[in-house]
Write a protein that binds this ligand. Structure first.
Ligand SMILES: [Zn+2]
Length: 238
């Protein structure tokens, strides 16, 4: 697919990635994978990590699984492997969705752009970053460790337990970044907060050459205004 990341922002220039750090306090993170040994493993159901036992227990109560310690030097030392592939979330506004392209090197962030221009460091900001225009070329470069890959951040509350506070989902999914402009437009279609389904979906097909392909992708589907959406909407979206 010939795609240019910059086009994502054409429909919605105000949502173009900003150099914004997520400074809010998060009570937990939704993750679509984990490390088994050193090997990344994609999950079919959400894994939630938190440093707060009350939050972890509530997640287990709502979505299945149990709070257990996992090997991390970060604050969120509890994980819940839930049974839920889809959860209903509340996104306050499209400001809570951020995306850019990042390549990390030995010294930290080595390339940070929107696909066309640098977003940082300040002295390079706005100048052409040299990323190839075609999505496949970008993927190839990223895979070879020579080009940036997507970094998408979504901040949200849980529709079933908004009182818990803010959660975060960070994704490097090319599938999600391709459609993110429509998600942002959908969120912007409402004045206030929206309800959305945050899901892990499996994509399976057989190539013309007869090779079976199967992978998971994160999907965000806006269901409606936060006040108006009904639980039934989630079933429809699933
Ligand atoms: Zn670039």
């Amino acid at each position: 697919m010939a795609n240019n990341l910059k086009r994502i922002w054409d429909t919605d220039p105000d949502s173009k990635p900003r150099e914004r750090q997520f400074s809010e306090d998060f009570v937990g993170r939704f993750r679509s994978g984990r490390l088994v040994g050193k090997q990344p493993e994609a999950l079919n159901e959400w894994r939630v990590t938190s440093g707060d036992p009350v939050v972890a227990d509530k997640i287990a109560e709502l979505f299945g699984g149990a709070a257990e310690e996992w090997d991390t030097d970060k604050e969120d030392n509890l994980e819940v492997l839930t049974d839920a592939a889809s959860v209903e979330i509340i996104i306050e506004s499209s400001d809570k969705i951020d995306a850019s392209m990042k390549l990390f090197g030995m010294q930290g962030l080595a390339h940070h752009c929107d696909g066309v221009e640098y977003l940082s460091p300040d002295e390079d900001k706005g100048t052409p970053c040299g990323c190839p225009p075609l999505l496949q070329d970008r993927k190839d470069k990223a895979r070879a460790g020579r080009g940036p890959k997507p970094s998408i951040d979504v901040v949200f509350k849980l529709a079933q337990a908004p009182e818990l506070g803010l959660f975060r989902f960070n994704s490097g999914s090319w599938e999600l970044v391709k459609v993110l402009h429509t998600v942002i437009a959908d969120v912007d279609g409402y004045d206030g907060p929206v309800r959305a389904a945050l899901s892990i979906e499996n994509v399976s097909y057989t190539t013309k050459a007869g090779r079976d392909v199967s992978y998971n992708k994160p999907v965000i589907k806006v269901l409606g205004a936060a006040e108006a959406a009904q639980p039934a909407d989630l079933a429809k979206a699933a």
